[in-house]
Design a protein around this ligand. Structure first.
Ligand SMILES: *Cc1c(COP(=O)(O)O)cnc(C)c1O
Length: 470
């Protein structure tokens, strides 16, 4: 005998839910639970003698209602605290915005904007108008276009320049990026034919030269952004491809992946080519992400020679992968930070975090450890250790950034259970576990989050005995 929706809604635990959630959400959760139980009755899978037991059903339905509501809440997109030290964590939303980018987005979303209106002429304008001059002046390219993400940028470029024709790529550069971006598959999608040359570890200019024929449309260089081939290697550089391209009147494209505008060598990070360098080497088309090392919103930035960029702008695909006003606002603001490199290092969070020095990180870790020691009482021991963080986001795979972590060694639970409890907490705190200790890397944590971490940690340590309870 099933209870009615109203009867379930009068249950104390459900009333409690109603205080914190919209009535419709709770009612839907009750109906779903009732439907499941009705099915169980029809299927005859209930425990012996329970079919007539209303109290039994009320209890089951209430419990399922709580679970259903919890599930809808759990899947909510919300801020988390990234204590992994991985600066560009794709699962955690990649780059946090600079203050300027946040303000710019806020100012255009709360009302109307001149997104496609030229305020000087009163005529229709281009949404790319604020971005193109900035990208041109920052990269030295002739023209620029921005689409939804770099995968889309590569797709658009290939489809525009090489549809139905051949694109030559080195076997050592057939990259797969997380989330199923694979160069051969993007190539197939674009309608271009992939011609692989060379071997995994060595590809010479001659390999490209021999593959060139009247069907060749493009020479493609893909930056091996998330892996390195080391040892007995030979890569054909963009500059060498440009030389070949000139000889055969073929355009050269470089997919940089995580293009950046600042030479991070100066800050002790591995030397990777900047967008300016690749443009300077003569590449006709260069593509890179907005939310990797650039530290802006998700976007695919395309810079290069006007004739190719203009052709891409006319491709109908561009309309399907265009960016919205929030992206325009955030990217414009982020690019403005780069007009002064020293300014960008201070204001773009990704650059701040990447260039944070050991001394600064040590001080931060000691401060966090002090706060945590007070809040965990006897439930864990806390200490500060030297460690290293990764760049992440498929960038600088071999870079090891010296850092300091706060290690939490719980007394009554495993480090894995503590990690899970913190992840399921509010706000969620994401750390890593090593040798029975939970490590909180301060590189990706801001001082303003210390108190929140302390509270979350105290709460998570209280979960002892409940196992992996919610
Ligand atoms: C990351 C990356 C992409 C995909 O960029 P998204 O902005 O994530 O779509 C493409 N190519 C390379 C080489 C990359 O590193």
């Amino acid at each position: 005998m099933l209870p009615s929706v109203d009867e379930v809604l009068r249950d104390g635990r459900v009333l409690h839910l109603l205080a914190g959630h919209p009535r419709q959400v709770v009612v839907r959760a009750v109906r779903k639970a009732l439907a499941e139980e009705r099915r169980a009755i029809l299927d005859g899978v209930l425990p012996e003698g329970k079919v007539e037991d209303k109290t039994f059903f009320l209890d089951v339905i209430t419990r399922k209602t709580l679970e259903n509501v919890d599930r809808t809440v759990r899947h909510k997109l919300r801020p988390v605290i990234n204590a992994t030290g991985v600066v560009l964590h794709t699962n955690l939303g990649r780059a946090p915005f600079s203050e300027g980018a946040r303000e710019a987005v806020n100012s255009v979303i709360s009302g109307y904007s001149n997104l496609e209106l030229d305020l000087d002429t009163g005529k229709r304008g281009s949404r790319y108008a604020p971005l193109e001059p900035l990208l041109v002046s920052l990269t030295g390219a002739e023209a620029a276009l921005v689409v939804n993400n770099n995968a889309a940028a590569v797709l658009l470029a290939l489809s525009t320049l090489a549809r139905g024709r051949e694109v030559i790529v080195s076997r050592g550069q057939l990259v797969e990026i997380g989330g199923s971006f694979r160069v051969p598959e993007v190539m197939a999608q674009s309608g271009a034919r992939l011609v692989e040359v060379g071997t995994t570890n060595k590809t010479y200019p001659d390999d490209y030269r021999q593959a060139i024929n009247q069907n060749t449309a493009l020479l493609l260089h893909v930056h091996t952004s998330n892996y390195r081939i080391i040892g007995f290697t030979r890569e054909t550089s963009v500059a060498e491809l440009v030389e070949l391209g000139r000889a055969f009147s073929l355009p050269v494209m470089s997919d940089l992946g995580s293009g950046f505008l600042v030479d991070l060598n100066r800050y002790g990070l591995p030397g990777e080519p900047t967008v300016q360098e690749v443009v300077g080497a003569g590449a006709d088309v260069v593509t890179f992400s907005g939310d990797k090392l650039l530290g802006g919103p998700q976007a695919g930035i395309i810079v290069g020679k006007s004739r190719y960029i203009e052709a891409m702008k006319k491709n109908p695909l561009t309309r399907a992968i265009r960016i919205d006003k929030m992206t325009v606002a955030a990217l414009e603001a982020t690019l403005r930070e780069y007009l002064d490199e020293n300014h960008a290092i201070r204001t773009v969070p990704v650059l701040q975090m990447l260039t944070a020095g050991p001394e600064q990180l040590k001080e931060k870790a000691l401060q966090l450890a002090g706060i945590l020691s007070e809040s965990v009482k006897e439930k864990a021991s806390i200490y500060v250790e030297e460690d290293s963080s990764a760049v992440g986001g498929g960038a600088m795979p071999t870079a090891v950034l010296p850092t300091f972590v706060v290690a939490v060694c719980p007394v009554q639970m495993s480090a894995g259970d503590l990690q899970e409890a913190l992840r399921r907490g509010e706000p969620a705190v994401i750390g890593r576990v090593r040798e029975e200790r939970l490590l909180l890397d301060v590189r990706t944590v801001s001082g303003g989050q210390f108190q929140m971490i302390a509270k979350a940690l105290a709460k998570a340590l209280d979960k002892t005995g409940e196992g992996a309870a919610v």
